[in-house]
Design a protein around this ligand. Sequence first.
Ligand code: E4P
Length: 213
Amino acid sequence: MKFFIDTANLDEIKEAHALGILAGVTTNPSLVAKEGVDFHERLREITALVPGSVSAEVIALDAEGMISEGKELAAIAPNITVKVPMTTEGLKAVHAFSELSIKTNVTLVFSATQALLAARAGATYVSPFLGRLDDIGHNGLDLISEIVEIFEIHNIPTEIIAASVRHPVHVNEAARRGAHIATIPFKVIQQLTKHPLTDQGIEKFLADWKERS
Ligand code: E4P
């Protein structure tokens, strides 16, 4: 499983990139709004830093509007992936983008059949939202398993991005269940690097080193 970071914050992206683990970035309108920056300018900065896929979401709700926005976004850099919401209009746009060889990430996926539809429309990635399903009393991770199973049975090349990741167990389980990618908030990436026994081990090694004769 590859790691993407789920943020539009440049410092967080730089820090995660320096770890050598970053295969891509996902943004969404809420994350960009939080930064208070020009959307296209921020995308230029991110795509210059990270060579992997950088998802940028369209705002339009109709296919025609999505296609026109998506073309503008895709023109910013070759590693832009156009993020499209999982709607009937979104599917039409995804199909059009696939004919233009523009990569797409279908977002706000909450069922396996939505994922299958998106894949058949030509999506490069689908993003099932784990945390938001957990929030309403469903098991987000089971959705990952279902999509993995269906894509394997039908030999579907669309990659599954575990999204709306809230904690390290989501990441661990998404990897075990066969998600291709997890897009992770910076705070959770930091949590993943830590273990109390690692810290205790370092302290003990240093204490012993100081005591040497
Ligand atoms: C995915 O690409 C989305 O940006 C993201 O994971 C949404 O997560 P949230 O439920 O924490 O907003």
